[in-house]
Design a protein around this ligand. Structure first.
Ligand SMILES: Nc1ncnc2c1ncn2[C@@H]1O[C@H](COP(=O)(O)OP(=O)(O)O)[C@@H](O)[C@H]1O
Ligand SMILES: [Mg+2]
Length: 144
């Protein structure tokens, strides 16, 4: 089964490393200029997923939570990764002031934490991944 088919069916990982490995595999299959919305509460593994995602895109820098910076830009082997944390945004109208478009130079991938804050702004072809904690280190990931 392909990685996206597996994620659509729902996958449970048992460690952060497993989530990162899955994310890296998934990143390699994404079409160019894709937005990935990461849904789920604090601590479910959104940033962990983006770390693996970055590895899969050939980013060598360490990815941290951009909560205070709002977003971070990383250069991958072939693509630019923009990691946006919308937690502190009020609504989609605040996106424009961030000049995000300047960094979305094709081919890019945009990973968004707290996407519900800016839902109307998200491109219509955005892929949505929902994360949750089943129990302890068992985290559930599902693409929809
Ligand atoms: N199976 C798992 N998948 C992802 N993270 C896990 C898993 N098990 C434990 N963790 C831990 O859960 C935490 C998730 O934090 P983080 O990725 O920052 O979440 P979020 O960005 O959603 O707030 C990390 O400390 C990570 O090591
Ligand atoms: Mg986070």
């Amino acid at each position: 089964m392909s990685i996206s088919a597996r994620l659509r069916a729902g996958v449970t990982t048992t460690s952060a490393a497993e989530t990162r490995a899955l994310a890296a595999e998934f990143a390699a299959t994404l079409p160019r200029d894709t937005t990935l919305a990461l849904h789920g509460d604090m601590g479910v593994g959104k940033t962990t997923f983006v770390q693996g995602f970055a590895e899969g895109l050939g980013v060598h820098e360490h990815v941290t939570s951009p909560t205070f910076a709002i977003y971070s830009v990383y250069r991958g082997a072939g693509r630019t990764l923009v990691h946006l944390d919308a937690y502190r945004l009020e609504n989609e109208h605040q996106i424009e002031a961030l000049l995000l478009d300047e960094f979305l130079v094709s081919p890019w991938v945009l990973a968004v934490e707290w996407p519900e804050k800016i839902a109307p702004w998200l491109p219509s072809d955005t892929q949505h991944l929902t994360l949750s904690i089943e129990d302890g280190d068992r985290h559930r990931l599902r693409l929809h």
